[in-house]
Write a protein that binds this ligand. Sequence first.
Ligand SMILES: [Zn+2]
Length: 245
Amino acid sequence: MQCLSADQILQVWELGQTQHPIDRALTLLGFALPDRSRQALSRLSIGQRDALLLRLRQRMFGEAMESFAVCPSCGESLEFTLKATELRLVEPSLAEPPAYEWSIADYTLTVTLPTSQDLAAVVDCSDLATAQATLTQRCIQQVSCAGVAIAPHSLPDAVLQQLAQQMADSDPQAELGLDLTCPACQSDWQVVFDIATFFWTELSVQAKRLLREVHRLARSYGWREADILAMSAMRRQFYLDLVDA
Ligand SMILES: [Zn+2]
């Protein structure tokens, strides 16, 4: 896994402008893992994807992640620092995710965990319940009852619910809940932390900062964009300080 250069940060940011968040995450990982095809990355489970994104984010921007939330009870703004290593529940892996064989009630199911491809297939669903149901159905490779194969859509709701829970438990990195307590009113609540959105927001800030730096240096010195971006951040900053002096 390689950190993105200044030029690559701008490329990812530019490509991502017209992409769905699911595709942005793959674009980002594609630059960091150039020997992996987009197709292969899209077959990683969401938890694997997020563990890789967390590792990349840590390498590029460090361990501390400044976050904020708004208390749903009193509206107080809460700022807090997350640590990338503490958020990473599983080791990043590029291995093809396994198929699980689970027995639930009288049924034997062969199941894979949701991937970026599966998420992309349900983005157009009209509501969350339909999306979740479709996602679960997509992940069922085979199902049988007393040795006889049956169609996944004929499974009882109770079995599907238990299956969805088992899938979530098997990919804990895919949905990361944070327990928060409001310092003003002491109420507790939970938020879902999404590394893909968090990282993209940071990358966008970084991209715009780089563009402003290019603008100032190009205007002052007449240097080419490619040459300015190829400099180390330290050297760019040194020249920027001179421009301001
Ligand atoms: Zn509060």
